[in-house]
Design a protein around this ligand. Structure first.
Ligand code: CP
Length: 362
């Protein structure tokens, strides 16, 4: 079965096939109007969403298919204690493909291991958001004409920002990409991203504390929200919540062809005056999300029919040997979920949780 749990579940050719199909759908909408006739998408959303859930819904409707599911797990049997594994087994009886968003890191992986239909990770805690990544890649392609050879600045919450982690992983498959990390010390990119993704794949990155100092270099400025819901300590959130605000003055030295992306929702990190700047691409990005999700649904159904599989458990994984140190990891929340650790790709003798990439408790 072909799933999408992490961007690295797709190789570069598969990523490009999805983006190319998304572009073809944009150019030939009527050609796809019945492409999923008779098929059902289940949207299982345990965490709030506007863009992801509704764009999945719109995508399946535009493909001629149907949608079922829930957007508030409290109104499902989850409130009676049903696990992600059991919920997935049940929904696999009703739907041809599942899109799941969950606040627990690793929930989509647990779902995929128990599904008999393709599972799409629509965001798992602060871990990964691969369909936002597809949206971002299609947007970069449409706005700049290419993805290779770009300098991209990520600004804001790089610690908890799952969209940032997933996009950097996907960009590691392209050539000539340079990354600039713009964040306060408390919100810097996690170490596993720097060592295992950037260093291992040879992506040059620099860390700075203001956007002004790097603005003229950037082809893409990727703004993010500081996410209150991810902080265990709200005093810490108050200290960093207003750390970056993009306004027209800060764009004075930006290239005319630079593009501003944001996964949205925004709070105050981009002033509304910026919306009128032609470089502001974030609402165009939203619409691209629907087209690329149409392409993804079609491709996962096609690849699964052809017998393609996603390797959900990396080589060298050990079962039930360590305990994850991340309290938001599903292996610490659902007792029936076994612990899974894989070898750290950058440090010999170290281990990383397969669900959330945290280190074990030693
Ligand atoms: N970008 C994104 O994931 O938005 P939602 O939380 O509204 O789905």
């Amino acid at each position: 079965m072909k799933h999408l749990i992490d961007p690295t579940d797709l190789n570069k050719q598969e990523l490009e096939e999805i983006i190319d199909l998304g572009l073809d759908i944009i150019a030939n909408r009527e050609k796809y109007a019945e492409a999923c006739k008779g098929k059902k998408l289940a949207t299982l959303f345990y965490e709030p969403s506007t863009r992801t859930r509704l764009s999945f819904t719109a995508a399946m409707m535009e493909l001629g298919g149907n949608v079922l599911g829930f957007y508030d797990a409290k109104n499902s049997s989850v409130s009676k204690g049903e696990t992600v594994a059991d919920t997935t087994k049940v929904i696999s009886c009703f739907a041809d493909i599942i899109a799941m968003r969950h606040f627990e890191e690793g929930a989509a992986l647990v779902s995929a291991r128990n599904a008999s239909v393709p599972v799409i990770n629509a965001g798992d805690g602060s871990h990964a958001h691969p369909t936002q990544t597809l949206t971002d890649l299609l947007t970069i392609r449409r706005e700049l004409g290419h993805i290779d050879n770009i300098t991209i600045g990520f600004c804001g919450d790089l610690k908890f920002g799952r969209t940032v982690h997933s996009l950097i992983k996907a960009l590691s498959m392209f050539s000539g990409v340079k990354v600039v990390l713009i964040a306060p010390e408390q919100l810097r990119l996690p170490d596993y991203m720097k060592y295992e993704v950037c260093d291992v794949n040879g992506i040059p990155y620099t860390e700075v504390e203001t956007m002004e100092e790097v603005m003229p270099q950037l082809d893409i400025l990727y703004m993010t929200r500081v996410q209150q819901e991810r902080f265990l300590d709200l005093d810490e959130f108050d200290r960093v919540k207003d750390c970056f605000v993009l306004d027209p003055e800060k764009l004075r030295n930006a290239k005319p062809e630079m593009r501003i992306l944001h996964p949205l929702p925004r709070v105050n990190e981009i002033t509304v005056e910026v919306d009128n700047d032609p470089r502001a691409a974030y609402f165009r990005q939203v619409e691209n999300g629907k087209f690329v999700r149409m392409a993804l649904i079609l491709k996962l159904l096609q690849w699964s029919n052809e017998g393609k599989n996603t390797n959900l458990i990396p080589q060298g994984t050990v079962h039930n040997e360590f305990k994850c140190r991340n309290q938001r990891c599903i292996s610490n929340i659902e007792p029936a979920v076994e612990s899974l650790f894989r070898p750290d790709n950058a440090h010999e003798g170290e281990w990383r949780c397969v669900y959330c990439e945290s280190k074990p408790i030693r």
